[in-house]
Structure formats: C-alpha cells, structure tokens
Design a protein around this ligand. Structure first.
Ligand code: GAL
Length: 642
C-alpha cells in the first residue's frame, strides 16, 4: 500500500511547491492527488486555456519522485459557464435552483453540461494523458455530495420520460406495474409523467423507485463519458472515483463497472457525529470514530468490483469542519486508520490535505501541515505509518468467511417506504456487519450475483428486491444462510410479490410473512440478552422456531442451513442470530472487548484498539508479534504472524 496526499498547488505561491514536494517525499508519501477543482484556473475564459502553471506543478511533483492522480475538474464548473448555460444547475426537491458559489452546482441530466464536461475532460487528458507522472485519473469529485444526485430539473424530466418509455415500452405496462389505478393516478402517455417531487402527499413509491433508478443511471452515464475519454487519451492509467461514507444515492456497483479502482473518502469522526449512532457511542468514540465505520466502507467498496481494487482517496488527518462537532482525533488514530486500510487491502491511503488553507469554506479543516507550513500532528503519524507499512511489507488477503449481500436498490426501497423511522437496508447491513466484526470475523460486502464460493456463511441483512439468479445461487450454497427482515418483500416495481414475502426466497424457506409492524422506541419484546425492537414480522411457516422473546414472540426461524430473522437486526439480536449461524458454519469466534477489532491478512492478524483504555489481546488471538504489543493502548495497533 502506498501513502499519498491531496494537494492544491493553486492555493499556494509557486515558490512553496518544490519544498512541499520534497517534504511529501521525505514523509514517505508517494502519490499526490491534484486538480479536481481547477477549472477556473485552467480555462479562465471560454476556450482560453492556461496550462503553464499546472505543467510546472506536475513537473515539480514529478521531479521529487511523486506520482500524480489527476482529477477532472467537473465538480466545479466556473462562473462563466453557469452564466452561459443557466439551466445547467441542479434543481432541488422544492424546485429551487442550486446556485453558483460553492461546488457541485450541476445537473447530471443536462445534456449541454455533459458536453462541456466531456470537452474539459478531453482537454485535460490531451494535455497530460501521456505524462509520465500521471498514474491515475479521478473522475469529478464525490458524485452526489451535498444532495446533488437527484435533480428535479426540466432536463431530468425530459430524460426521465425517455427512460420510462425505454423501460416499460407502453404506458399501459407502466400503469399496471405501478398500480396507478390507486388514487386515479393513471397516465395516458409518458409525456404526462412528471418527477415525483412537489406532490401533495407522498408520491407513488413505484414512481420514486423508478426516478431513483433513472437518477442513478444518469450518474453512471455521466461518469462513463469521462472514463471513455480518459481510456482513449491516457492508456494504461487507472480511472478512479472517490465515493463517500453511508451514501446510497446512486448505485455504486454500477458506477464501479467503469472504474479500475474504487476510491472512497474516510472521515470517521465526521461520520460518527453526523449519522444516527447512539449518543453513548458518539461520546465513547468521539476521537476515534466508531470501530466499524472505516472497515465497513473498506469492505463495501472493495466488493464493488470483482477484482476488488480500492483506495482511500481522502483520509481525515485531524479535525474536519463539516460535522456538528469536530473533535481532534486521539493521538495515534491517523496511524490506526491508515494501517486498518492496509489490513483491508487498500492500494493507497491519501490524506486530505497537505496544508490547511486559511481562506474560503474549509478554514478549520486540518491538513498534514498547519496553514503556516509547520507540521500538524497528522504529519508525524503519516510518517510513522509509512515506516510501519515498509516494515510490514506485502500482506496477503483475508480468508473468505462471511459474505454480506447489499444492493443499492434495497436502500432505496427502505428509504422510500421505511414504515418505521430510520429503518433502512444500509443500516440493517451496518448492524449485521458490526455484530459480525465484534465476533472477530472477516467480512466481504458483495452485490447480489457475486460468486459465493468459499464462504462459510452468507447474510442478506435486508434485500427487498431479490434479483434473478440469487435464489439458485443460494440453493447451491452449502454454508449457513441468514436472511433478514423485508427480504423478498417487493418486486422490481415496488409491489408486494404474489404469494407474499419473502417472495422468490420461498423456494429456500417454507414460510410467508403475513403481517409486519414497526415499533416505537420502548415498545419491545425482551429476550435473553437481546430484544425485538423497531420492526417485527408475523410468519406462517413450517420451519422451526429457534429464538423467541420471553413473551413468546418469534424472533428467528430456522430451516436446514437457513435462518430467517423476523425482526430488525438490533445489536443484541443480530449478535445472537449471527453467532449461532457462525458457530454452525464452523467459524472460530473471539470474545472481543468493546472497541477491539481484528482483521486477518494472509497469515497475519491485525488488532486495532478503538477504545480509550488499554486492553490485553484475548488468548484466541495468536501468533508472533510483528508490530505493537499484546497490551494494546488506546489507538494502538498490533500485528501478529502465524
Ligand atoms: C470531501 C471532499 C473534499 C473536502 C473534504 C473535507 O467531501 O471531497 O474536497 O471538501 O470532504 O472533509
């Protein structure tokens, strides 16, 4: 694994560049990601390009032996372009234009902007496509960030109608599939169909699902245009994009089909503060991040392509500026996050950013250097990480233990129709992931359809739409299977399947879900060390009842090698169910103290302490120490071999 940093030469006087590059190399950094926001500097006037400064910046980095990941600048179209093409901006769900003055102010569906994005991509790729320093291209920056994946523009409306006509063929087929007879919503032609915003009450969920699929396809198409140009003009270089955390607004599996390496931006403290974690966890892990946040995304994005190439393109180096609270990481956490990415198979960890910029929107966001150029704490830890990585050398892959199946449309279905507050497929998947990690297991998060060969266990935490082929795959699978609530509960057009949920999964499991209910906080059915909370399902089934609450309410049904979890995977229940399945699968489990996590890589075991107290590694963690101690301090990392 290499280390790198995100660098903005355009922020700094040119006389600093050479010294910056020298210090990067001295720190042990090998790659520099630049250029993703430079449009106004490379094309200051329409058609007038100014490449000289960027030529010199790249030459300076190259001269210091650094490799360059060059961004296409399409996340920040310049003012002159927006003025020339005012309807290129995205429109929010309330119908308001998303104005100029920050970033991502474009609509994925606007054909004129697509042409402009292609033009500037071609210009940059023609200039630098064969440059020996350029090893990879990043398309755009964080597709969908700041709520921009969905745009309710005229361009989107027109393109959506075409997309619908393509998918359904006839308006009668669409009316049937969507059940538009309900509330007299029937259409006479595709031209009558609007976007699903601004309705009086909720729009038809089938309409929303179609719109989300369409919007995701628009992101795929937008990215593909750039990927194709880059492959044509810059052969042999990787095409990458930087995904975000807990973000499902487009199908990341589909976009990844056009990428060589899936990147993501890891901000564990910002994510913990911003997403719905229990208050106690927010406090306990405020300076470390929840112990499963980074690893969850490493494993999710590694699974986006069959080859599994992935990187951290932005790594939090200190406090960020954008969460409600922005604490500094515990000393050692930047190194821990770095080595954990290594353990999960990253090719690169690139710190965001080299030097803190004293102006504009991100003034309080740390860099590896302070604004005055002195080292910030992150720099010292980056340098230490570089030494650790060199000492550890090449590491192997994790064994295949558990495959967690996640699909983006699962999250769309559960967000469009949650039925209970905060119940989404993404969070069900995270809950199962976290429960499995606490048992010390290694997990791959894969899309439906990926080979399940070699795994001891497969978990579908929440998969409402079961795609063709998955049932047959599971029928052939001889390990343990766990199926979570809402799985098989919708067809591709958002209807409850004939024969009731779990729909096609009934080929594996003799039971049907006859009623579901969601439960307000406090309305629970306690079991032994776990409880049924938030969501539960009544089944008619001939399978065996494996787990029920003290009042007899069923929680988990078992049929051969398959368990059906008839309640939300709350931490206790997820852990109870998944540990039973893991034991049946013959997997060795660990009793890890809260905050301790493991990851295997070849014949090595990495241990990470996310807690604020020192732990002794449990006896089940064996091998000779290559790094660290068995007494693991807060933010400590140990690596054992054998
Ligand atoms: C990311 C983004 C970067 C920077 C960073 C701050 O979302 O890609 O450009 O804004 O956040 O944490």
């Amino acid at each position: 694994m290499k280390l790198g940093t995100c660098y903005y030469p355009e922020h700094w006087p040119e006389h600093l560049w050479a010294e910056d590059a020298r210090r990067m190399a001295e720190t042990g950094l090998e790659q520099v990601r630049i250029g993703e926001f430079v449009w106004s500097r490379i094309e200051p006037e329409p058609g007038r390009f100014d490449w000289d400064w960027l030529d010199r910046a790249i030459a300076t980095l190259h001269g210091a032996g650094l490799e360059v990941i060059l961004g296409t600048p399409t996340a920040t179209p310049p003012k002159w372009l927006v003025d020339r093409m005012p309807d290129m901006v995205a429109i929010d769900a309330q119908g308001h234009p998303r104005g100029f003055g920050s970033r991502r102010h474009y609509c994925f569906s606007h054909r004129g902007y697509r042409a402009e994005a292609a033009r500037i991509t071609r210009a940059v790729a023609e200039r630098y496509g064969h440059h020996p320093a350029v090893v990879a291209w990043q398309t755009d920056n964080e597709y969908g960030c700041h709520d921009t994946a969905l745009s309710f523009s005229e361009a989107a409306r027109i393109a959506f109608r075409e997309w619908l006509a393509d998918r359904y063929g006839t308006i009668a087929a669409l009316n049937r599939a969507w059940g538009t007879v309900f509330w007299s919503m029937e259409y006479r032609s595709f031209a009558e169909i609007d976007l699903p915003n601004l309705t009086v009450t909720e729009a038809n969920p089938a309409h929303w699902l179609a719109f989300r699929r369409f919007a995701s396809d628009e992101v795929v198409a937008f990215n593909r245009i750039q990927a194709e140009i880059l492959r044509e003009l810059s052969p042999g270089r990787d095409v990458v994009h930087n995904y975000m955390g807990f973000f499902t607004e487009f199908d990341h599996h589909a976009v990844a089909a056009d990428l060589d390496v899936v990147g993501w931006d890891s901000y564990p403290l910002g994510f913990l503060d911003s997403f719905p974690f229990p208050e106690a966890d927010k406090l306990a892990y405020a300076r470390q991040g929840h112990p499963d946040i980074a690893a969850f995304h490493h494993d999710l994005y590694r699974g986006c392509t069959p080859g599994g190439r992935w990187s951290v393109l932005e790594q939090q180096p200190g406090p960020v500026n954008w969460a409600r609270h922005n604490p500094a990481p515990l000393p050692g956490m930047v190194r821990l996050w770095t080595l954990e990415a290594m353990a999960h198979g990253a090719e690169l960890v690139s710190y965001f950013r080299w030097r803190q910029f004293p102006q504009a929107q991100e003034q309080h966001h740390a860099g590896l250097l302070r604004p005055d150029g002195e080292p910030a704490p992150g720099l010292i830890e980056a340098a230490q990480s570089a030494r650790d990585i060199a000492a550890l050398g090449v590491i192997g892959a994790a064994p295949r233990q558990v495959a967690l199946v996640f699909a983006y449309d699962a999250d769309w279905v559960t967000k469009i129709q949650p039925q209970g507050a905060g119940l989404s497929a993404l969070w069900a998947t995270f809950a199962c992931y976290s429960a499995l990690r606490k048992l010390g297991l290694d997990i791959d998060i894969v899309p439906p359809g990926r080979s399940l060969d070699g795994y001891a266990m497969v978990v579908l935490p929440c998969l409402p739409i079961v795609p063709a082929g998955l049932v047959e795959q599971l029928q052939r699978f001889s390990g343990q299977i766990v199926i979570g609530p809402r799985s098989g509960s919708r067809d591709a057009d958002f209807a409850i399947p004939d024969g009731l949920p779990p729909g096609p999964l009934q080929a594996l499991f003799p039971g049907k879900v006859v009623r579901v209910e969601s439960l307000r906080p406090g309305l629970t059915h306690p079991g032994e060390g776990w409880e049924i909370a938030r969501w539960r399902e009544d089944l008619e089934t001939s399978s065996e009842l494996e787990l029920c609450a003290s009042d007899g309410t069923p929680a988990c049904w078992k049929h051969g090698n398959l368990r059906y979890l008839a309640a939300w995977p709350e931490p206790g229940l997820a852990s109870e169910t998944l540990s039973r399945a893991a034991r049946d699968a013959g997997l060795a489990l660990h009793a890890l103290p809260a905050g301790l996590r493991l990851r295997r890589a070849g014949n090595r075991t990495f241990a990470f302490n996310y807690a604020t107290q020192t732990f002794e590694l449990p006896d089940t963690v064996t091998g000779g120490l290559l790094l660290g101690q068995r007494q693991l301090p807060p933010a400590g990392v140990a690596v054992l071999e054998g």
